[in-house]
Design a protein around this ligand. Structure first.
Ligand SMILES: NC(=O)c1ccc[n+]([C@@H]2O[C@H](COP(=O)([O-])OP(=O)(O)OC[C@H]3O[C@@H](n4cnc5c(N)ncnc54)[C@H](O)[C@@H]3O)[C@@H](O)[C@H]2O)c1
Length: 450
C-alpha cells in the first residue's frame, strides 16, 4: 500500500511475527482505509474553494476515479483559481456563486460534495446537499453552534447519505496504528492516565488582500459577512467560527475520545483575548476529565496559543508503562517512550511484532535520584519509533475512506461519521463556554448523543 513505508528489515520480521502473535494486527493497514475499484467514477462538486478547499481538491484528485465537475464559491477570485487549477490538472468544471444554483444545475452530474466553507455555513450546506441526495465530506469543526451540529447529525439520519466530517487524523495510518494497535490492542502503555495536546502558533496579523480582489460589499452582505476583514478572518469572529480553540482544538481533543473510547464528564478552561484585542480568545487552556467505561477518571490538558509557536502542535498519551508522542507532522512526534522502572515489560517483544521499531538509544544502565531534585532519567527519551509513515497528503486517506464508503454505499466504513464528530464538538465548544462563564462545565452522558 502506497501510504506506508516500513524499515525493510522490520517489515519482513514484523510481518511474520505479527501474523503469528497478534492475529488481529494487520501491518498493511486497515481495509477501511484503502480505496475501491479504479473504474468506478465518482463525480464531485466543492462548496468553498478557499485554502482548505484547494488542499482537499488537490488530494482527492490523486484518488483514481474521482472527477471534479463543479465548484461553488462566493468569491470570484477563488472561482477563477479553481477553474484554472482544475483545468490544468485535467478536470473541466463549471463554477457557481450560489450553492443552490449549483445543486440544481449539476444535479445529474454529481454524486458527492466536499464542503470547506467557514464553520458557520457547514450545517446549511451539508444538510441541503444531503437532502438533494448527495454524499457529503464536510470539514471540521462541524459547526460553531451545537444546535447546528445537531441538525447535521439529524440530516444524515433522515437522508441516510454517507457523511464524513473532516477530522483527518481518524484515517491517518500513523494515528490508526498508534491508537488502535499500540495503545488499544497491545496495551503497550499500560493504563493511559493522562493526555496532553497543544497547538502553538506565532503572532500573525489579520489576513488582507489587495483592494482589487475585494468582494463588493453588497455581495458580502448578501452572504452574511459584514466586511472583508470579517470574511477573510472569520475564525476570529463568534458569528462565523469558534476562535483558535475550536479551529485547532477540534482536531486534537477528538483524539482523547478515540484513545479512551469514552466522553468527558467535565471541562474547566481559562483563556482570554489578551494580545490581539479580537473577538475570540487568542489563548485557551482547558482541562478535561474523562470517565472510562471501567469507571476510571483520566485527565487531559489542552492548550492553544497564538503568540508563540514553541513546540508547535502534537499530542501525548501518558501511561503507567510508557507514553506516545505523535503529531500530524511526523518530525514533531512519532514514537513511544518506555518508562524506565522496575516492572515495566521489555518492549523488544513489541518490536519483534512490528508494533514499533527498535529503541533509538539504549536503556539507561542505572537510574539515579537524589532527595532534592528529581534527576531520574528515562533514557529512552527518543523512544521506539512507530513503523508507519504517511507518504501522501495528510487529508488523502480520509478522503479515500469517504470515497470507499460511497462506492460501497456503506456508511459503517466511515472513520469519522457525524455522530462521532458530534461528540468531540460538544466537548470543544464547551471549552469556550467554560472560559466565558468562568466555571467548570459538567457533562451528562446524554449530552453527547443526538
Ligand atoms: N482539516 C483541516 O486540517 C483543516 C485545515 C484548515 C481549515 N479547515 C476547515 O476548512 C474550512 C475552510 O477553512 P479555510 O481555511 O479554507 O477558510 P478560507 O477562508 O480560506 O476559505 C473559505 C472559502 O469559503 C468561501 N465561502 C465563504 N462563504 C461561502 C458561502 N456561503 N458559499 C460558498 N463559498 C463560501 C470563501 O469565499 C472562501 O473561498 C473551515 O471549516 C476550517 O475549519 C480544516
Amino acid at each position: 500500500m502506497e501510504s506506508m513505508k516500513f524499515n525493510r528489515r522490520q517489515f519482513v520480521k514484523g510481518t511474520a511475527a505479527a501474523a503469528a502473535i497478534l492475529p488481529s494486527f494487520n501491518i498493511l493497514g486497515d481495509e477501511k482505509n484503502t480505496i475501491g475499484p479504479k473504474d468506478d467514477q465518482v463525480n464531485v462538486a466543492v462548496i468553498g474553494y478557499g485554502a482548505e478547499g484547494e488542499i482537499l481538491t488537490d488530494a482527492a484528485m490523486k484518488i483514481p476515479g474521482v472527477r471534479f465537475k463543479a465548484v461553488c464559491d462566493i468569491w470570484e477570485y477563488r472561482r477563477k483559481m479553481a477553474r484554472g487549477r482544475l483545468r490544468s490538472l485535467g478536470h473541466e468544471i463549471n463554477v457557481y456563486e450560489d450553492y443552490r444554483e449549483m445543486l440544481d444545475k449539476e444535479d445529474k452530474n454529481i454524486d458527492c460534495v466536499i464542503i470547506a466553507t467557514p464553520d458557520w455555513m457547514h450545517a446549511e450546506h451539508s444538510v441541503y446537499c444531503m437532502e438533494k441526495g448527495k454524499h457529503v465530506y464536510c470539514e471540521k469543526e462541524m459547526s460553531n453552534r451545537l444546535e447546528k451540529a445537531k441538525e447535521m447529525v439529524l440530516g444524515q439520519r433522515r437522508t441516510g447519505k454517507i457523511f464524513q466530517i473532516g477530522h483527518q487524523r481518524r484515517s491517518n495510518p500513523r494515528y490508526m496504528h498508534a491508537i488502535n494497535r499500540v495503545i488499544r490492542e497491545a496495551n503497550m502503555l499500560g493504563r493511559v492516565t493522562h493526555a496532553y495536546g497543544q497547538w502553538n502558533r506565532s503572532v500573525a496579523p489579520f489576513l488582507t488582500v489587495r483592494d482589487r480582489l475585494n468582494i463588493p460589499t453588497e455581495t458580502l452582505q448578501k452572504y452574511g459577512y459584514e466586511n472583508m476583514v470579517q470574511f477573510l478572518n472569520w475564525r476570529w469572529f463568534d458569528k462565523y467560527g469558534g476562535g483558535p480553540m475550536v479551529d485547532l482544538g477540534s482536531h486534537q481533543i477528538d483524539l482523547f475520545f478515540w484513545v479512551w473510547d469514552c466522553a468527558p464528564i467535565s471541562v474547566t478552561a481559562v483563556g482570554g483575548n489578551d494580545y490581539y484585542n479580537r473577538q475570540m480568545n487568542d489563548n485557551v487552556m482547558a482541562i478535561y476529565e474523562f470517565k472510562t467505561k471501567q469507571g476510571v477518571i483520566n485527565r487531559a490538558y489542552y492548550q492553544v496559543l497564538t503568540t508563540s509557536s514553541r513546540g508547535g502542535f502534537y499530542e501525548q498519551f501518558m501511561g503507567e508503562n510508557g507514553s506516545l508522542t505523535i503529531s500530524e507532522i511526523a518530525a514533531r512526534g512519532n514514537a513511544v517512550q518506555r518508562e524506565v522502572r522496575d516492572g515495566v515489560p521489555n518492549w523488544d517483544v513489541f518490536a519483534k511484532q512490528g508494533l514499533v521499531l527498535p529503541v533509538k538509544k539504549p536503556v539507561a544502565a542505572a537510574v539515579t535520584s537524589n532527595a532534592a531534585i528529581d534527576v531520574r532519567v528515562t533514557a529512552e527519551a527518543d523512544g521506539w519509533p512507530l513503523p508507519v509513515d504517511l507518504l501522501k497528503p495528510a487529508h488523502m486517506p480520509h478522503l479515500e475512506n469517504f470515497f470507499l464508503a460511497v462506492r460501497r454505499n456503506k456508511p459503517e466504513l466511515l472513520t469519522c461519521p457525524a455522530n462521532l464528530a458530534y461528540e468531540s464538538a460538544v466537548a470543544v465548544l464547551a471549552a469556550n463556554r467554560s472560559v466565558a462563564e468562568g466555571k467548570t462545565i459538567h457533562f451528562k452522558p446524554e449530552d453527547f448523543h443526538v
